[in-house]
Design a binder for this molecule. Structure first.
Ligand SMILES: [Zn+2]
Length: 380
């Protein structure tokens, strides 16, 4: 059995490693952080800034793998349109480089899950879950849609996605155990369906498909899930359902418990972790791939990552602060512009701040990994 994704471990020590993913002619050193290009764009950041980043920053390697959201792109502009545009790569000018797409499941479930009297429930008729499918309404126009494990593979194939994710049923992190176990069993059946559907198409599809180990903070369920799903880790495997709303110590417990038990010779992708501190922790726990919307989500609210602590630039004390945005970063914003300038941009709601702050936050997370990698490779 051949693999489209080749993973080589370049150096391993303790619970950490530097590796190399080779897929569709592109080589990427791990651990990596994938910026989230939700709807095939982020404000005015053209992708060439990631591909050839030296205009914006100086010490970061080009970013070669980004993430896009299936839920959003399926609804608009539609997977078949993107297929006709010669995949997402051509559509957004990311030719020759790599894209990972999520399954869309998280958005379907998180949009419609509510909490009442401390109990989670699907409170909205706009989302209905059966063994066969999940039905939901478009937030744009109310039109009805279905996702099945098979359909979600086909949608991601239409995007030309390089790394695709299976559709899973997302449980809220504090759902009771019985509920969680039921959803786990269903997700396992869905994973089986997805891989049975994908298997015969493996060679004619551009992408590879990762299963996702879920199941909240119940470690015995995580164990059952990782045992079952590891059989599908032909090219890689993900850990999901972490960093949803649970406490930090729980996040670490789940990562520490789950990550070392996944197949050692495949890349391990930790989905959706939130903070620079989580990154630093998870690199030392066998994790090879990260994505996170925090760089852009927090940037939107004027939160800037820094070594000291996150700076809330809208704070009045920065109005006349002419120091660099942060002291330890060489991105465009930190090299040439001041806190006072950004404070001004935010007050005036000038769009420039979004792009520059987001670039800074993306660079900041990339740099954590690059600094770590450099040090790790230099040590014995
Ligand atoms: Zn910066």
């Amino acid at each position: 059995m051949h693999n489209k994704l080749k993973f080589t471990i370049l150096k391993q020590r303790g619970n950490a490693r530097v590796g190399e993913i080779e897929l569709n002619g592109v080589k990427i050193q791990t651990p990596i952080f994938m910026p989230v290009w939700t709807k095939a764009t982020i404000k005015w950041i053209i992708l060439d800034l990631l591909r050839d980043p030296h205009y914006i920053w100086t010490h970061i390697e080009p970013i070669k793998l980004i993430l896009a959201n299936t839920f959003h792109l399926y609804l608009r502009p539609w997977n078949e349109l993107i297929k006709a545009a010669w995949w997402l790569h051509k559509f957004e000018n990311w030719n020759d480089w790599l894209i990972l797409t999520d399954s869309g499941g998280f958005q379907v479930f998180s949009l419609w899950l509510g909490k009442k009297d401390d109990k989670w429930f699907s409170h909205n008729v706009r989302m209905k879950l059966t063994e066969e499918w999940v039905k939901f309404s478009s937030p744009h126009d109310g039109s009805k849609h279905f996702f099945t494990p098979e359909k979600v593979v086909d949608i991601q194939s239409d995007f030309g996605s390089d790394i695709m994710m299976v559709l899973d049923v997302c449980s809220p992190w504090d759902a009771d155990k019985k509920h969680t176990a039921r959803q786990m069993q269903m997700t396992h059946r869905w994973a089986k369906r997805a891989f049975e559907h994908f298997g015969p198409k493996y060679d004619e599809t551009r992408g590879v498909l990762f299963p996702i180990v879920q199941w909240g903070t119940y470690l015995d369920l995580r164990q059952e899930s990782l045992e079952f799903l590891s059989q599908y880790a032909r090219d890689g495997i993900a850990i999901g359902g972490v960093s949803v709303w649970e406490e930090r110590s729980k996040i670490e417990e789940v990562i520490e418990y789950t990550a070392p038990k996944l197949p050692n010779d495949k890349p391990r992708y930790l989905m959706w972790v939130w903070t620079p501190a989580d990154f630093r922790f998870a690199i030392e726990q066998w994790i090879d791939m990260f994505d996170c919307v925090s760089a852009t989500r927090l940037g939107r609210h004027g939160i800037i990552f820094s070594d000291e602590w996150n700076i809330k630039i809208t704070n009045a004390k920065y109005a006349s602060d002419f120091s660099p945005l942060t002291s330890n970063c060489d991105c465009y914003a930190c090299r040439y512009l001041t806190k006072a300038y950004f404070h001004h941009l935010l007050r005036e709601k000038e769009v420039l701040w979004w792009a520059l702050l987001w670039l800074h936050n993306i660079v900041y997370l990339e740099r954590i990994l690059e600094d770590w990698k450099r040090k790790f490779l230099a040590e014995w």
